[in-house]
Structures are given as C-alpha cells and as structure tokens.
Design a binder for this molecule. Sequence first.
Ligand code: UD1
Ligand code: CA
Length: 454
Amino acid sequence: MSSSSLLVIVLAAGMGTRMKSAHPKVMHAIAGKPMVGHVIDLGKDLGAQKCAVVIGPEMEALENTVRDQKADVQIYVQKDRLGTAHAVLQARQAIEGHEGKVLVLYGDTPLLTRQALQGLLDQLDQGASVGVLGFETPDPSGYGRLLLGEDGALLAIREHKDASQQERAVTFCNSGVMGFQGATMLSLLDKIGNDNANEEYYLTDAVELARQAGLKTVASVCPQEDVLGVNDRVQLGQAEQIFQTRRRQQAQQDGATLIAPETVFFSHDTQIGRDVIIEPNVVFGPNVTVNDGAHIYSFCHLEGATIKQGALIGPYARLRPGADVGPGAKIGNFVEVKKATIQDGAKVNHLTYIGDADVGSGANIGAGTITCNYDGFFKHKTVIGAQSFVGSNSSLIAPVNIGEGAYIGSGSVISEDVEPDALAITRPERRSFPRWAVRYRQAQKRKKEAKNAS
Ligand code: UD1
Ligand code: CA
C-alpha cells in the first residue's frame, strides 16, 4: 500500500516549570539546536507535507524559533492548558480536510528517530485508525499504561492516576507519540471529555473511543531512550549525552577516527568526512565542516569553520566563524582564526591572531603575529600574499596588503602595503655598549654595600 500524506502536530505549550528557566522548555537546546527544532526536523525527515506547532501564550521567542526552522509550519496558541487532547484540537484547522495520516509528537522529546516511528507509520498505512508508540520500562510510574487484548490489539491507555492496582503493574507505557487517520481523528477528539483524576482532556482517551466506533487501534514499540522526555535540566543533560553518543558513532561509521570519542562534542550540524582524525577534547560549535583526511589535534574549539582536505588543526586552536582553512594548511597551537581564508599549504603555527584576513597559499606566519583588524569602530582587512614570510611578533595594522613572496622582519609593525618580494622591517637600529653590564653590576653592588653600612 502506498503511504499517504502526513501532517505532524508538535505539542509545545508547556512552560516546563521544572526547568527553572525564563524560556519555554522546548527552547532549550540539544547539540546547539532547540528541542522543538529537533522534532520539527524529524517531521521534515519523515516527509511531512504540513507541520503544526501548538505553543503557549506569550511565547514570542519560541514562535520566532519555530519560524526559523525553514519548514512549512503553522503555529497555534493554546491559551489554557487543559490537556493533550485540548492542545491537539488547537490545530483543528490543520487537521480538517487532511486526508492522510496525522502524527502527534511532543516538543520535549528530542531523541525520537525515523526508525522508531516506522512501525507505527506502517500500521497506519495498513489501515489502523489510531496508533500509539509504546516502550517497555522497569519503572512505569507516572506514564499512561498501554492495555492490550489477548490478540495484542490496543484496548485502552490508562493514565497512572486513573489506573487500578492491576493496571499499574503493566510495564508497557505510552511514549506520548500517537498517530491517527485524518479522516476520523476530529470525530474522536471531539468526543473526549475531562472526567478523570486531572480533569484534563486526555488525548489517550481516543483509543477507547475508536474501539467503541469499531475502528482499529494498534500499539508499536520502540526503545525507551528514543522517547526520553525532558522535564528538567538533569534530563536535558541525559538527552544531550545520548545525542552525543549517537553522533560520535555516526562519525565513526562514516569513516572518522575518534581517539577518545566520549570527549568530543558535536553540534547538531557538524559535518565530518572520511579519514578525519579527531584527538581527545575537541568541541564543535555550530556550522563546522571537516573534509577528508584533516587532523584535529587535542583541545580545539571550532565554530562556523570550514577545514579542507588534509589540513592540520591544533592542538589548542580556536577557529571562529568564517575561518576557512585550505587543503594541507596548518593552524597550530594557541592560534585564533576569525573570518579569514588560509589558502592551501599556508602555515600559522604558533600564538597568532588572524582576523578579517586572506593568507595566500604557502605563506608562513611566524609566532606571535597579530592582524590588528579593529580600530575601535570598524573592522579592516589584511591580505597576505602567497609564499610570503611574516617574521615572528609582527603586527599587521589593517587595512594592509603584504605582496606575494614578501618578507616581514620579525617584530615589525606594518601599517602600509608591502610590495611583492620586498623586505619590510620596522625594527629600530640596534645600539651596542660593550662591557656595559659589568660596569653596571659593579656600580649597583657598591651602592648596596654603602646602604647596608649606614
Ligand atoms: C502524557 C500522556 C501519558 C504518557 C506521557 C509520556 C496524556 C493524557 N498522557 O502524560 O500517557 O505516558 O505523556 O510522557 O496524553 N501539553 C500541551 N498542552 C496541554 C497539555 C500538555 O501542550 O494542555 C504538552 C506538554 O507541553 C508536553 C506534552 O504535551 O510536551 C505532554 O504533556 P504532559 O502534561 O507532560 O503529559 P503527561 O502527564 O506526562
Ligand atoms: Ca510529561
């Protein structure tokens, strides 16, 4: 059977008081991306035609974040938090007239995967009207229990507070993820009441109502880890850890060597090629691409950077947004690079700041070189020609061009352009005083003796 079109509804109206935060819960990030963004992206990944996000009142920042996800999203506001069914019904407009499947996801469940949902989606495609994604857990307290019939059909979901002793012994739990057929969904949800321990409109009641209407209801199972809900900062940390573990394994499976994987931290969007070696203690901020064969030595922090084939980075390097390190180029220890292109084979090996610059191929930048790019008001550019040699401890005061093949004498302060193949040097002439130190020491010694005697 061909799979029908998909609408994803993301519930994100809860403020999440246990986060103890000024920001809505789903704004908190895993690997640098808000949790709600992970869930919306999953919807995109599933090929959803439409996505509806239900948020709470006065959540402007969340609204903006959702709009930034570059998906076709509709935002609905749930003014009063009257339960999960009530939340879903805020997206009534999106459900009305939707012919295919509807998937309800929680914005605070960022680890869910396509694979975990596949069984549920297949069952909907095979004609189930309501499906639930469940998980087995030794500690089911607090979760809705999935009550199955003899034949394995899903009979009902019983919320913990409303469950009998016998029902509470069930360890098969509701993850919160539910699937529906658009055609029958609203007729079921409109029948849901709030006659329960919480006086809430429970989305989970849709299962029993569907059965009463003679519709097919099913449960599908996934690992508990995939549906970990984040309610506080401890769980946020756990989710981050699981995400990182998965991402590290992905990089390894894609052909990168991680010497101490547990010490490497990825961003949600990090791209790592083959035969890349990443040494211990490396942190990736957003938007980094590492191409094949590059080697990242220990203790580097990389953000907004592109590292081309075979480049060597670190140890202790900091690449900031706009750093573009060419093939075979080398960025060494205690070097900071920002908004600068380092062409192929160039070397910036030690203790240097390169900002707003273009370093030509094969150039050698000596230890302690600083591009003085900022005058307190504006940023200016430094262009360093191919094959040039900048002596150690030089200050290049931008805007300035160093011609191809030029030499800069160590310790120079260069504020005007240097022509190709020239030597520029601003070092003061050396003066020398033979045996001065001997005379100085003798004079000082005599002074000290005179003082002690008095
Ligand atoms: C819900 C399920 C329960 C399941 C559990 C899994 C129901 C009735 N219960 O319980 O079976 O085991 O999730 O974690 O569905 N939300 C809104 N508006 C509301 C209420 C909730 O947007 O009015 C959102 C919350 O922000 C949250 C999600 O829906 O993301 C779940 O709500 P929550 O109150 O945490 O449900 P549970 O009681 O945990
Ligand atoms: Ca919850």
